[in-house]
Design a protein. Sequence first.
Length: 98
Amino acid sequence: MKLSNKQKQYLKGLAHSLKPVIQLGNNGLTEGVLAEIENALSHHELIKIKVPTDDRDEKSLIMDAIIRESGAIKIQTIGHTMVMYKQSEDKKISVPRL
């Protein structure tokens, strides 16, 4: 699924008031964390994840791995927080058409 810039802007607006649902710990990206991300995406569709590391390259690699493994779309990254979206079968969030 591809999103236009207008659709991403809409989702950014919705995500503004959200708190991070998942925060990676000292163990980094584990199978349990990935399962929790999948569960959160299927329940909420739009989530924030906090990746607390000071190494920019490591943070980028972790975020890319999360996107790749979950099949979600990265909407935005601000500091240590990433906003991602994956439409569920229930289609809880109606993204406006182009």
